[in-house]
Design a protein around this ligand. Sequence first.
Ligand code: ADP
Ligand code: MG
Length: 351
Amino acid sequence: MKDFFKGVRKHIDRLDASHLREQYKLVADELASTDMFLHALKEGLVRLDADGRVLQSNPAAKRLLGAEPADALSDLGLPLGKSSSREIEISYPEDRILEVQTIPFGSETIVYLRDITAEKKRTEEQLRAGATKAVCDLAAGIAHEIGNPLNAIALSLQLVKRDPTDTEAIDTGLAQLKRLDGIIRDFLTAIRPRQPNLMPGSVADPLKNCLAMLKQQFEERRITVTLDVPAALPNVALDAEQMEQVFFNLLKNSLEAMADGGTIVLALGSDDRNVFLSIRDSGRGMDAEQLAGLFEPYRTTKEKGTGLGLMISKRIVTEHGGSIAAESTPGEGTTFTLTLPRLEQRIRALK
Ligand code: ADP
Ligand code: MG
């Protein structure tokens, strides 16, 4: 088509009326087929000029938007002359979700509209199916987990029945009961999460509580813990009890990753938007494969592990509007980094 126009333009002065008529017919046919092509598309296409005015659009654009593109698009504040992608919800003439892309086109902008309602629904169904599967996995896991302590308790009771003064058997039984209690509590937290009760506070407080709780265990294992709290640490919105549980899970993992002494370095910091906590241990570390599914339930390398600690921790942090990440080198150690939005930042985001 381009070559055709070039050719015509070059020779236009020399073309006579009948030639021109012939060429005009060719152009008209070409335009008609382009128009048909645009009409047949089920995706919407709209051309905007440099000021955002609609130059051209196909019928699908109007059908998808449920209104004239000029009216419907002006409310969206689309970036002109830039590539962008967003999803919008339309309620008229029916509920649907559209993907809206802008594509720069010379001084103009092409808007490309696609109905992704069905795709979205499929993803949601997959997510729901995934959640059901996670609960089934958890239930199967716990059925498996409680077998060992139950057997051990039965054995201890038999020993006590034979010799009621066997305090060692009583202690074993009690220890196993405690373990059972821990497994069930982890399981319940995993399937019945409590909404966090968010209050303004410093991350350092639950962290210090947790360190005090684990102090003895650190000493027994000859682990040195250092904590660096900056003078002015911004507050975050936190559920101190749940955050303590997160720190407990992470510190306990670090502790369990160090067989024979080591160090844990805790560092707190902040920028304009977030408060950070990094927990670096000199434990055995993890390889890429272990890191990949790290926060999924029932992934444990420990004989007495539940594989729920990190899953629960991640969920709590996510519910606080934050995120958690891990990096590790086998044989050198692991660093977990928690990011929590600063209080002012979060209030702004919720508005
Ligand atoms: P559990 O501690 O019951 O195994 P978690 O969810 O807390 O379950 O941890 C899952 C697995 O991730 C652990 O079994 C361990 O293999 C690995 N892991 C977690 N934290 C660390 C760490 N700091 N150093 C090395 N490995 C870790
Ligand atoms: Mg753990």
